[in-house]
Write a protein that binds this ligand. Structure first.
Ligand code: 5AD
Length: 329
């Protein structure tokens, strides 16, 4: 781990070569390859009440939906035909998607295409549930820690959840054998550069396989409706630092980055990201899975328009590959 003062100076933008250095590291480890993941947003029912999130339980304006296991399988298999060798099932903490239901879903996905990786992003669960899903065939799990400072965690979440539990979940996932992804938002209310330095210290402890970082973006029906969005350049610097500190990590150019700026996705790739996660959800589900306002789900964010994404990625100097895209350790 880099010393804290160096880290802070890089976060402040005092080194103009940071992004280019990150791109160099990325090219050394992953060449010009960009891995694609087909994202299916399976449900926006959520029992949690995270203050930043548009699908929080306390948002009465959210139009709730839940895909059926049959719909999910159809979407995923269509994605396979398009070239997606990883499917990501993401959703709110919806009790419908319990241990048994998700086990069956993962088994069916693996039976249909054994060469496909399955990533789950279904929040905090008991370790036994994580284990059951892993044994059913799940390969990876995404669970951002959101912030590594307990008091800041408490500013972003209601009192029924703690940073400690979140960390326990992440270490449990690692122990079980998942490729584990964590990460955080840049510019969440109350966040300072010191907080970000602590986020990197936590990541060093966790040694995640994947690191998801995007700007905070306000949602009009949350307590943070009036808060400012995260800064583009600071977000890019955190992506670059992630690449430099964790050369082998799988790092997405996130939808939030693409939403913040028209060239956000390409800029993310040039700052060290090597993954993109276009949306495979049915059209009406996409519109309802609004974690923040104006969330992109058309154009290159649409898995159907892979050609558009390919062209953008190539214009940025990289190339999309048809591959599971596992972490290189
Ligand atoms: N702005 C940006 N990112 C958000 N997320 C949730 N709400 C927002 C928001 N308002 C992110 C969280 C979560 C991931 C699925 O989406 O970091 O882990």
């Amino acid at each position: 781990m880099m010393d804290r003062n160096t880290l802070l100076s890089l976060l402040r933008g005092e080194d103009d070569s940071l992004l280019a250095r990150a791109d160099q590291v990325r090219r050394t480890v992953y060449g010009q390859d960009v891995y694609i993941r087909g994202l299916i947003e399976i449900s926006n029912f959520c029992k949690r009440n995270c203050l930043y999130c548009g699908i929080r339980a306390g948002n009465p304006n959210a139009k709730r939906y839940r895909l059926s296991p049959e719909e999910i399988l159809l979407c995923a298999n269509h994605g396979y035909d398009l070239g997606f060798r990883t499917v990501v099932l993401q959703g709110g903490e919806d009790p419908f998607f319990n241990e048994t239901t998700v086990c069956k879903l993962v088994e069916d996905l693996k039976t249909a295409h054994p060469d496909r990786a399955v990533t789950l992003s279904l929040g905090e669960q008991p370790k036994s549930t994580y284990k059951a899903w892993f044994d059913a065939g799940a390969d990876r799990y995404l669970l951002r820690h959101e912030t590594a400072i307990p008091t800041h965690y408490a500013q972003l979440h209601p009192a029924d959840v703690t940073l400690e539990t979140r960390k326990d979940c992440l270490f449990a996932l690692k122990e079980i054998g998942y490729q584990v992804g964590s990460g955080f938002m840049v510019g969440s209310p109350g966040q300072t550069l010191e907080h970000l330095a602590e986020d990197f210290a936590f990541l060093s402890e966790l040694q995640p396989d994947m690191i998801g970082i995007g700007p905070f973006l306000p949602h009009c029906d949350t307590p943070f409706a009036a808060e400012a969005a995260g800064d583009l350049d600071l977000t890019l610097r955190t992506v670059a630092l992630s690449r430099i500190l964790f050369p082998h990590a799988l790092i997405p150019a996130t939808t939030a980055l693409g939403t913040l700026h028209p060239k956000g996705r390409e800029l993310g790739l040039k700052a060290g990201a090597n993954v993109v996660m276009p949306n495979l959800s049915p059209e009406d589900a996409r519109a309802r899975y609004t974690l923040y306002n104006n969330k992109l789900h058309t154009g290159a964010e649409n898995a159907e328009q892979l050609d558009l994404l390919k062209a953008q990625v190539e214009a940025a100097g990289y190339r999309i590959v048809v591959d599971r895209g596992d972490v290189k350790r």
